[in-house]
Design a protein around this ligand. Structure first.
Ligand code: PEP
Length: 246
């Protein structure tokens, strides 16, 4: 079954969330794929309540590598679990870029999530400069290798999201063939670490929308999507869910 995860980023309000989650829950097809909403932390309790009775799962957008203690501003995996959080995005390119997150830190965050029953959605992806320099394979492999190195024993429990940085929020999507090529590489890398690589969800993220979702999701190694902008509009998000549920 495919997984569609919405990344609201720093968007939303009590009023807007109420309308959005109700519309998504009401419009889900009867045999919908797995769907998660990764919402800003202050709204976890609200969305936990709004989604009850639906198939929607709750996600966070980050998690601390620490279990507890003097880490002002951080959120631990066990706190997230208390609010019914099932997924946490780790290593999103915006966090790598604006918060200096390294491959090693992302690996530790994935470990902390796994230790508390939260599935990390590990983001990897190259910048435009790296793609143009022919470094795509090297970059994504390095990013995933760090996570495999630290979490090898339970690596089949993670979700991977391939998000080319040049496609995020730009309206410029990787072609299905470009995305599939990288997904196949990532699958091969996982297969070297686990016998269950085939069951690991590898999501595509980067300007996925209602119009391009079906062709991306038709690729053999694209197991779902991580959706930014289009996850804030119920009709668009529902069309992506429908494409993934077909
Ligand atoms: C994202 O930020 O994870 C993302 C894929 O954003 P967008 O869909 O807006 O490109």
């Amino acid at each position: 079954m495919k997984l569609i995860a919405g990344n609201w980023k720093m968007n939303g309000s009590l009023e807007a969330n109420d309308a959005l989650v109700r519309a998504i829950a009401a419009g889900m097809p009867p045999s919908a794929c797995d769907v998660a909403l990764c919402v800003p932390a202050p709204y976890l309790a609200q969305v936990q309540m709004l989604k009850s009775g639906s198939k929607l799962e709750l996600g966070a957008q980050d998690v601390s590598q620490h279990a507890q203690g003097a880490y002002t501003g951080e959120l631990s995996a066990s706190m997230l679990r208390e609010f019914g959080v099932r997924y946490a995005i780790v290593g999103h390119s915006e966090r790598r870029q604006y918060h200096g997150e390294t491959d090693a830190l992302v690996a530790e965050k994935a470990k902390a999530a796994l230790a508390h029953g939260v599935t990390p959605i590990v983001c990897v992806g190259e910048t435009l400069a790296q793609r143009e320099a022919g470094q795509t394979e090297e970059v994504v492999k390095r990013q995933l290798a760090a996570v495999i190195h630290v979490n090898g024993h339970c690596i089949s429990e993670i979700v991977v999201a391939y998000e080319p940085v040049w496609a995020i929020g730009t309206g410029r999507t990787a072609t299905p063939e470009q995305a599939q090529q990288v997904h196949a590489l990532l699958r091969k890398q996982l297969a070297a670490a686990t016998a269950h690589a085939q069951s690991v969800h590898i999501l595509y993220g980067g300007s996925m929308n209602a119009a391009n979702a079906a062709s991306l999701l038709a690729q053999p190694d694209i197991d779902g999507g991580l959706i930014g902008g289009a996850s804030l509009k119920a009709p668009d998000f529902l069309q992506i869910i429908a494409a993934a549920s077909a």
